[in-house]
Design a protein around this ligand. Structure first.
Ligand code: CTP
Length: 417
């Protein structure tokens, strides 16, 4: 007797969403199609973890079903005809529909050749047994579990298991995905899976920089990414991304500290700059090139190391606020945050925090126009006076607009004298 999860599904999904899924199943039935909920949501339903990514697989034609269902349920529909997929957007969540497909890998690391198939084909092409379960959604079999690869047993035994021995060779991004799920869920790699993963680590060389970067980004979006990074090192995976990347107690502590500090910068970018903190500039460049980091992130990574090299200048307790401003104003916020977390000098960290929290927002009240109105002739002197006012304000030497005007006037007069 197949296991039926309609009760659990009813408790897991908000009632309007459950109702929608039921209607989708009914409409699939009317079209003579079979509809399934697959992948991460089935896994997370068993684990009682929140998940709002509905992946639906259709035995038949996903686009036809999506078009009919969009009309009846007033969803915004996006169709990718080439991939046989469609997305239905509702306020607050979306449904992804895909036509069941089979995949064959002609070459390790290359994207697979895709053909329409049935649910079984669609499940075997997946990464791990816990991600390869499906729930039937057609009315007569609503909630029935299809678990061809014993994903439920692996969930119970807390194991990450690939579906066939060539899995990591076909798609080595699964190496990074395996580590991510293992550490997120507190599971273990099943013994044979771990053996094959270690054997196939070199297959990461077959994967494009963009795809590896995407997986690294997903790791850095986890709640405690240091766990996966540490595990990646232990499995010999981290050094496949860059030979010199290493984890030590320092890095883990810095990640924890990063979460405690209330930064406005997205945490994953800070984690990334901490990850590369002990690379040389050359190694950093190799890493940037290999993973094809976009310009803005690459700039933050470069500046992190440039600032690190200048940090000794900031470790002087006698620095005035204007000196700190001068040293830091050309760096990106991410580079400063990373250095504030990583610096061994408490004084340098303090100065970085002072800049980030306060100094960067301080500006003189007077503008160039105000100075010309005061009779200071247009020319380079205006810029010099504005700079000097800025400095005076940073150092607390002027407090009011009146103070600034007095100072500007005296400097302006010195010029005309
Ligand atoms: N999948 C796969 N191999 C990949 C990517 C995805 O087999 N390289 C399958 C898995 O079945 C996965 C599903 O596609 O469950 C959806 O992919 P994704 O959204 O990346 O995974 P989720 O399981 O939803 O993971 P997460 O909880 O991290 O979002």
């Amino acid at each position: 007797m197949p296991k039926n999860l309609s009760t659990q599904l009813g408790q897991y999904l908000p009632p309007p969403v459950l109702a929608l899924i039921k209607i989708a199943g009914k409409e699939a039935d009317e079209l003579g199609q079979e509809l399934y909920l697959v992948g991460g949501m089935v896994r997370d339903l068993f684990l009682n973890r929140a998940n709002f990514d509905f992946d639906l697989v259709v035995e038949g034609d996903a686009i036809k079903l999506a078009q009919k269902f969009a009309k009846d349920s007033q969803a915004k529909l996006t169709v990718h005809a080439r991939f046989g997929t469609a997305k239905l957007n509702y306020p607050g969540f979306s449904l992804d529909l895909a036509t069941a497909r089979s995949e064959t890998y002609n070459k390790p690391g290359a994207l697979p050749t895709v053909k329409p198939g049935n649910l079984k084909d669609d499940l075997i092409r997946r990464d791990f047994s816990i991600n390869a379960m499906a729930l039937h959604l057609n009315p007569k079999r609503f909630g029935e579990l299809i678990d061809l690869y014993h994903g439920k047993d692996d969930l119970d035994n807390r194991l990450i298991r690939i579906l066939h021995p060539n899995s990591f060779i076909d798609d080595a991004t699964r190496i990074l995905r395996a580590i991510r799920y293992e550490q997120r869920l507190g599971f273990k790699l099943e013994a044979e899976t771990e053996k094959l993963l270690r054997r196939d680590v070199t297959m990461l060389d077959t994967i494009s920089g963009d795809r590896i970067r995407h997986e690294l980004e997903l790791i850095l979006q986890e709640d405690e990414p240091e766990r996966a990074i540490r595990r990646a090192e232990e499995l010999g995976v981290l050094r496949k991304l860059q030979q010199s990347l290493k984890v030590n107690g320092w890095l883990s502590k810095a990640f924890v500290k990063a979460r405690q500090v209330n930064t406005r910068v997205p945490l994953p970018s800070i984690y990334l700059c901490l990850l590369i903190y002990n690379l040389t500039e050359k190694e950093n460049e190799e890493f940037i090139a290999r993973l094809n980091f976009p310009k803005s992130l690459a700039q933050a990574m470069r500046q992190t190391l440039q600032l690190k090299a200048q940090l000794h200048n900031l470790a002087n307790p006698k620095l005035k606020p204007s000196d700190i401003y001068q040293s830091l104003h050309s760096y990106t916020t991410i580079a400063m945050q990373a250095n504030a977390l990583a610096s061994e000098s408490p004084i340098a960290s303090q100065h970085l925090h002072l800049y980030l929290a306060k100094l960067r927002y301080i500006k003189p009240l007077l503008k160039g126009d105000d100075l010309t109105r005061m009779g200071i002739p247009i020319g380079p002197k205006i810029g010099e006076i504005l700079d000097a006012l800025h400095k005076a304000r940073l150092n607390g030497e002027v407090k009011t607009r009146r103070d600034e005007e007095r100072l500007a006037k005296s400097w302006g007069q010195n010029q005309t004298d």
